[in-house]
Design a binder for this molecule. Structure first.
Ligand SMILES: [Ca+2]
Length: 356
C-alpha cells in the first residue's frame, strides 16, 4: 500500500500532465469498490411463514422501490417435493421494507413446519446509487463474495432438535425462548402446538408483579381489534414435573386459579428467582429486556368494569400510565403477544434439494 501511495505521489508530481490524473482515478476506484457493498447481514425465518431479512449497506441509502414481490420471493417445493428446480411454486406473500432499520419483512402463509425457499434477486435489489445486492450465501452472514451481484438463495429447515427456539413478538418488541424438550417434553409439545395454531396471537399480558415472586403472565386473555376481549376456556392439563428451577428469565406454566392441581394455557415468565420450580419448560435467550420493560409499566386492575371468571388475572400492564380501569381500551392500551412461532434453521441451496 505504501509503495502504491508513493508511486501515486510520484506520478502526481510527474511532469507528464496526462498520466497523473489517470493514475489517481484508478487508485480511488479500487478503494471505492472494496468499501461499497450491499449484503444480507442476518436473516430470521419462522415456521408460520414470516421472514426478517436485515440488509447491511455501506453504499448509502437502499432504494425502497427495488424491494418488492419481484425481488423478494418465497417458494414451496411444488409437486415433486424438491426445492430449487422449475417445479417450485411461488407463495403468495406480503413484502414490507422498514427503511429505519433496513429490514425486509416477508409474510406468507405456510403449514407449520413445512420448509420453504427464500430468494433475493440481486440484480433488482439496489441502493439509490445503483449498487446491487452482493447476495451469495454459503451458510454465514454477511453474504456475498465481495463483488456486487449474485442472488441470495436459502432454504428454511424445520428445527427438529429437542430444544427448539420460539420467537415471540409482542407489541413492545421480540424475544427468543428456548424450549426444554429434554426436560419438559409434554409442556414443550403443548406450547409448540398452540404456537403453530396461532393460539397465542393477540393474547395479552394479564398479570404483572414485581419484587419477591415477580412474574409476568400471559396466555389466557385474548384481545381483538374490535376492543373486545375474552378469557380462553380452561383446558385442565396434568402438570409435568420438569425438574427445572424457576430462576430469572425462565418460562413456566401457571396453575389454574380455580383448580391449582391442573394447568391450562396460562404461562408466566419468572422476573426474579422464584420457587415455582418443576413447572418450568424453557428460558428466554434474548429479549428479556422487553419483558422487563413490560413488567415496569403501570398495571391496572380491570375489575369491576371488566369481569373475569378467573381470579388473579386482572392486573393488566398498560401502555399509558394515565389510563385507569374505567378509561382502558383493550386493543389500544393492552400489551399483547402479536405472534409466536418456531424459528427455522437457514441453509444455503445451490442446486435442487429434497427436504424430508
Ligand atoms: Ca456477489
Amino acid at each position: 500500500m505504501r509503495r502504491l501511495f508513493s508511486a501515486l505521489k510520484k506520478s502526481l508530481s510527474s511532469t507528464n500532465p496526462v498520466a497523473a490524473p489517470e493514475r489517481t482515478a484508478s487508485f480511488e476506484n479500487l478503494e471505492e469498490r472494496r468499501l461499497m457493498s450491499l449484503t444480507v447481514g442476518s436473516l430470521l425465518a419462522d415456521n408460520r411463514g414470516q421472514v426478517f431479512v436485515n440488509l447491511t449497506s455501506t453504499s448509502g441509502t437502499i432504494n425502497k422501490s427495488t424491494i418488492n414481490k419481484t425481488s423478494v420471493i418465497l417458494y414451496s417445493a411444488g409437486a415433486d417435493k424438491i426445492y430449487g428446480n422449475t417445479d417450485d411454486v411461488r407463495l403468495a406473500e406480503n413484502v414490507v421494507f422498514n427503511t429505519n432499520v433496513n429490514r425486509i419483512i416477508v409474510t406468507t402463509k405456510v403449514a407449520p413446519s413445512v420448509a420453504y425457499r427464500i430468494r433475493l434477486v440481486a440484480s433488482r435489489i439496489q441502493t439509490q446509487t445503483g449498487v446491487k445486492l452482493d447476495g451469495e450465501f454459503h451458510g454465514t452472514f454477511p453474504t456475498g463474495n465481495g463483488t456486487e451481484g449474485g442472488d441470495f438463495n436459502a432454504l428454511t429447515k424445520v428445527d427438529k432438535s429437542i430444544t427448539p427456539t420460539i420467537r415471540m413478538t409482542t407489541t413492545l418488541g421480540s424475544l427468543a425462548i428456548k424450549l426444554r424438550g429434554d426436560k419438559a417434553p409434554n409442556s414443550t409439545n403443548y406450547f409448540m402446538t398452540k404456537s403453530n395454531q396461532g393460539f397465542f396471537d393477540n393474547v395479552m399480558f394479564n398479570k404483572s408483579t414485581t419484587g419477591t415472586g415477580a412474574v409476568l403472565e400471559s396466555g389466557i386473555i385474548k384481545v381483538g381489534s374490535d376492543n373486545k376481549f375474552f378469557v380462553t376456556p380452561p383446558v385442565d392439563r396434568n402438570p409435568e414435573t420438569t425438574g427445572l428451577a424457576g430462576s430469572t428469565a425462565t418460562i413456566a406454566f401457571s396453575r389454574e386459579p380455580v383448580n391449582p392441581a391442573v394447568e391450562g394455557n396460562g404461562f408466566v415468565f419468572n422476573m426474579a428467582n422464584n420457587t415455582n420450580a418443576n413447572r418450568v419448560f424453557g428460558s428466554v435467550t434474548s429479549g428479556f429486556n422487553v419483558l422487563q420493560a413490560i413488567n415496569a409499566l403501570t398495571a391496572i386492575d380491570l375489575a369491576p368494569e371488566h369481569q373475569f371468571s378467573l381470579a388473579n388475572t386482572a392486573t393488566v400492564p398498560v401502555n399509558n400510565s394515565s389510563v385507569d380501569h374505567s378509561t382502558y381500551v383493550p386493543f389500544t392500551n393492552s400489551i399483547f403477544i402479536k405472534r409466536t412461532a418456531v424459528q427455522m434453521r437457514i441453509v444455503p441451496i445451490s442446486s435442487a434439494t429434497k427436504v424430508g
